[in-house]
Design a protein around this ligand. Structure first.
Ligand SMILES: Cc1ncc(COP(=O)(O)O)c(C=O)c1O
Length: 415
């Protein structure tokens, strides 16, 4: 069959769009998404998904009810355009809540922006403030979009890894720390912004007051904006305290605080339709009916179950102080299993993750995806699990345990 001229043109255009040449120059060299490849593999092998933060318990009823009332209720205007920077009821609820938390009376109409997810807020903050050539300090491990958006804005990502300061078996996310010298060395006259994520994804580290103070001092000295990604602010376990950078002396003017309603209410698909639920939660905060408090307690149990399970098969969990991810060192296990270690095949953790997908039908994330190319080796001994996923925790953990035990049995037969 002879191709029509339109057919050829269409194919050529399609091909061009699938090659990196069509991307803007500032995006060249962006790392290929390992996530995409693993998602494809997941479609093929259909593993138990222990990497994605999609809980399979029902959404809180007080929120679903509020949404259904809003969309089917008598005020038909609720289904129409709203104020672009945030629905008035939502920004008022946010102002009421965060004025107290930040110790600053927030003007709901001037100091709050509602975006489509925390992702949208990161996009707005970085695109609005970064000029080509500005440097943005990003802490590793990082949520990948920090790098992509920085590059889209023409900025230059400058990486500072958190360093693990203990080697004993049961480590905590608190053992991953910022080296003040390393941080100091990255602030230059080109630095415009630093991005801090606390509680941290995926480590679950909750930055301490002294770490935030240290960063704050550099921000003030160099007049640098601090973007605080506090997506997991309501998921901090008992041993730790969430400190808000904007409350530190002299940091109000330099801080943009970002939260996520989707993560707060386990409704990551809803993004912004959440104001009414927020009002209800403000009323019952710190009472036995508090949904957020109850969730922390339930998830802390899941965290401990998952940690036990990982330890029982020879991995070393990094006990998170917040969030719903747990990172585990598999190096003792990895040495025994039959990975086809070959640089061409990618980092060790990536190969281990693929091995788990294929052999144990377990979906996890390799940890090195949270590092830049030069620092990938720092994450290579770890994989990352999400422990929010199942309401019936015991059931899934026993399945996971069986599955990981099979890995253990396999290791024993393989040595
Ligand atoms: C650290 C971090 N920041 C931001 C986001 C994006 O949150 P949202 O779903 O509200 O866009 C995520 C989502 O996984 C995250 O883990």
């Amino acid at each position: 069959m002879v191709d029509s001229e339109e057919g050829i043109v269409e194919r050529e255009v399609r091909q061009q769009f699938t090659t990196s040449n069509v991307a803007a120059g500032r995006l060249r060299g962006a790392q290929e998404s390992v996530r995409e490849e693993l998602m494809q593999l997941a479609l093929e092998v259909n593993p138990v998904n222990l990497s994605a933060e999609t809980p399979d318990f029902v959404a809180p009823e007080f929120i679903t009810k509020a949404l259904s009332e809003a969309v089917t209720g008598p005020n038909i205007l609720l289904n129409q355009y709203t104020r672009g920077y945030g629905h008035p009821r939502l920004v008022n609820a946010l102002s009421k809540l965060y004025s107290k938390l930040l110790g600053h009376e927030l003007d709901p109409f001037k100091e709050i922006l509602v975006t489509v997810g925390a992702y949208g807020a990161l996009h707005c903050a970085i695109m609005a403030l970064i000029n080509p050539g500005d440097e943005v300090i990003i802490i590793e491990p990082f949520f990948e979009c920090y790098v992509h958006i920085t590059k889209m804005a023409g900025g230059i990502p400058v990486f500072v890894p958190l360093l693990k300061n203990k080697t004993k078996d049961s480590i905590s996310s608190a053992d991953w720390v910022l080296d003040p010298k390393e941080v100091a060395s990255k602030f230059t006259n080109k630095t415009k912004m630093i991005i801090i994520n606390t509680p941290h994804y995926p480590l679950g580290k909750v930055f301490t007051c002294s770490e935030l103070d240290m960063v704050a001092e550099f921000c003030k000295k160099h007049n640098v904006i601090c973007v605080m990604d506090e997506t997991y602010e309501w998921l901090v376990f008992k041993s730790s305290e969430h400190i808000r950078m904007a409350t530190l002396p002299g940091m109000w003017e330099l801080t943009i605080t970002i939260g996520s309603a989707g993560k707060t209410f386990n409704l990551t698909g809803w993004k912004e339709a959440i104001g009414i639920g927020l009002e209800i939660e403000i009323e019952r905060k710190e009472t036995p009916d508090s949904y957020l408090q109850d969730r922390v307690e339930r998830l802390e149990l899941k965290r401990d179950c998952m940690a036990k399970c990982l330890s029982s098969v020879g991995m070393t969990p990094v006990i998170p102080e917040g969030g719903y991810f747990i990172v585990a060192d598999f190096s003792k296990l990895g040495a025994k299993i039959s990975l086809n270690l070959d640089e061409e095949q990618g980092a060790k953790d990536y190969q281990f993750a693929k091995w788990l997908y294929r052999n144990e039908k377990l979906q996890v994330f390799p940890f090195s995806i949270f590092y830049c190319v030069e620092h990938k080796h720092l994450g290579e001994d770890f994989v990352c699990f999400c422990f929010v996923k199942y309401e019936k925790a015991e059931q899934v953990f026993s399945e996971l345990k069986k599955s990981l035990n099979r890995v253990d049995t396999y290791c024993k037969t393989a040595v």
